[in-house]
Design a binder for this molecule. Structure first.
Ligand code: NAD
Length: 335
């Protein structure tokens, strides 16, 4: 099958290489010309996926139309901030028959749309699938066992996508709760920033982290349910699974942002160092806006937002966490 990719960064290259290794012809568009050349000539992507020799069936191009033309399935693997700009100009170049698979996990700051909603608004006639779950790209490229979730309206589309991805170390599971699957991946990025801050401050308590992650998952499920997702979706791969993966992985951009904040860098310095602010930043802003509108309490996310914006220190976040938690429990006992 002919498969296209939009973005051969860390995730795009890992997934494109997986599919090429499964025997499919993969053409990926990449913004960075040096990366295009290195993939085609040396079968490596040392900028985004160092140390991995890529399958020669993976071809890179600087022409977006080459990745889109005649592709039966096209994966979108640029960060959410680049989706509209990158794909907005090629709306007519994607066949209506093409299945689009979204790998991005973010919210567009200007429109408030999730990455999947942005994709649907750009290509309203195409079938689209959301892929999410614990899938650290560096691990996929090293053939480590990985299970993700595919969500979409039509099970036949999920089957097409699973057939080109599944192999001895990579498996897909299906869900019909696209909203829940996507929101899990978006919201866990907010809490991963917190984990990075604890690492940066050398706050290593496993008791605290476990309580923090439990409360984070609860907040995600509460908010997600209000936004139309099914609660149980958050307690599976794309919620709990992805939250754990991002919290444990040294490769998470969002966790890294937290470490840099704890190290004293401000948002502008982090933006310069990382190129763009990781997706958890916009996600926090948009989700908190919605939480206020819908009267959903999200004390963890709200307090994280205050730390991110320099209104108070990580230590105060932890003392508030204990205080809020104890007061909430006591209030519950009194009722
Ligand atoms: N890395 C992971 O392990 C992982 C896992 C699951 C999901 N994701 C999701 O995949 C998406 C991509 O993440 P990533 O980690 O691969 O990012 P990355 O930082 O490794 O790659 C960035 C990509 O964006 C492109 N880009 C940079 N500037 C651009 C511009 N001005 N216009 C268009 N494109 C530009 C780069 O060329 C590259 O292809 C994100 O939404 C992320 O949430 C990543």
């Amino acid at each position: 099958m002919k498969v296209g990719f939009v973005g051969l960064g860390n995730m795009g290259t890992a997934m494109a290489n997986l599919i090429a290794s499964n025997g499919h012809a993969v053409t990926g568009w990449e913004h960075d010309g040096d990366v295009v050349e290195e993939i085609n000539v040396g079968h490596r992507n040392s900028r985004y996926l160092p140390g991995i020799v890529l399958n020669p069936e993976l071809r890179a191009t600087a022409e977006l139309s080459e990745a889109l033309e005649d592709s039966e399935v096209v994966f979108i693997a640029v960060p959410s901030a680049f989706i509209s700009k990158t794909l907005g100009t090629v709306r007519d170049e994607v066949s209506e028959e093409t299945i689009l698979v979204n790998l991005a996990k973010g919210i567009d700051r200007d429109t408030g749309l999730t990455s999947f909603q942005t994709l649907l608004s750009l290509f309203p006639r195409n079938r689209a699938v959301m892929l999410s779950g614990p899938s650290i790209a560096n691990e996929v490229s090293r053939m480590m066992p990985t299970v993700v979730v595919l969500a979409g309206k039509d099970r036949r589309d999920l089957t097409v996508v699973s057939r080109i991805m599944d192999n001895g170390y990579f498996r897909t599971r299906f869900s019909d709760d696209g909203t829940g699957v996507e929101l899990g991946g978006i919201m866990k990025n907010i809490y991963a920033i917190g984990l990075g801050m604890f690492d940066g401050k050398e706050i290593r308590s496993v008791n605290f982290r476990s309580a923090y992650l439990t409360m984070a998952l609860e907040e995600m499920a509460e908010m997600g349910t209000r936004l139309g997702a099914r609660r149980e979706t958050f307690f599976y791969l794309s919620g709990l699974g992805d939250l754990i993966a991002t919290s444990l992985s040294e490769h998470s951009h969002n966790r890294r942002m937290g470490e840099l904040l704890a190290g004293g860098l401000n948002l502008e310095e982090i933006r310069r160092r990382m190129g763009i602010l990781p997706e958890g930043y916009n996600a926090a802003q948009s989700i908190l806006y919605l939480a206020e509108k819908l009267h959903v309490p999200m004390p963890l996310a709200k307090n994280l937002w205050d730390v991110i914006n320099g209104r108070f220190e990580v230590e105060k976040f932890i003392s508030l966490f204990i205080k809020d938690f104890i007061e909430e429990e006591q209030a519950g006992e009194e009722t």
